[in-house]
Design a protein around this ligand. Structure first.
Ligand code: ADP
Length: 164
């Protein structure tokens, strides 16, 4: 059956940083479940359904049997356990992610000792890319088509008509 990891996130929207992380995750794990987390405390530009669909389109190039796209609510560790995952995959950029990711990993370990947080870095060219900077730039009319998968660039244009 092999090892499965859950890669949870907001993916609002998916960027090439996320895609790079999936590629690296697949070099370590047999299967990845890329799961959009429903977080009622966070407002989002794209609906959950749109984000799931954008992930499907953006990750279509990876082998189907090794990738699952899903959504979940509640604790990530509960979701990961229900899917038989041994690890939660998260990405680290420059230095900005460390503090928050460290706290979350400690909390997850406190809740579930048998599921390990694994951190990978995306390719260096995506070190400074986040969904929020991409959204902000797109909303101001910047061309972000080299930072996100094609389907995301098209959908962002639809969200900000008349820009870029
Ligand atoms: P969240 O709201 O859970 O942080 P995101 O979609 O912003 O959701 O990020 C999901 C995961 O992907 C996080 O672990 C984040 O650090 C990682 N990630 C996002 N962009 C990049 C990137 N450019 N390089 C490496 N990791 C990234």
């Amino acid at each position: 059956m092999g090892t499965t990891a859950v890669y949870p996130g907001s993916f609002d929207p998916p960027t090439l940083g996320h895609v790079s992380l999936v590629e690296r995750g697949l070099a370590v794990f047999d299967r990845l479940i890329v799961a959009v987390a429903r977080n009622p405390l966070k407002s989002s530009l794209f609906t959950i359904e749109e984000r799931v669909e954008l992930l499907r389109e953006s990750l279509a190039g990876f082998p189907e049997r090794r990738i699952e796209i899903d959504r979940f609510e509640g604790l990530t560790v509960d979701y990961a356990r229900s899917k038989g995952a041994v690890a939660i995959l998260r990405g680290l950029r420059a230095t900005s992610d460390f503090e928050a990711e460290f706290q979350m990993a400690m909390m997850n370990r406190h809740l579930e000792r048998d599921i390990h947080s694994v951190f990978l870095m995306a390719d260096y060219q995506w070190f400074f890319i986040s969904s929020s900077t991409v959204k902000e730039a797109a909303s101001l009319g910047a061309d972000i088509s080299d930072l996100v998968p094609g389907p995301v660039a098209r959908k962002l244009k639809g969200k900000y008509p008349g820009k870029g």
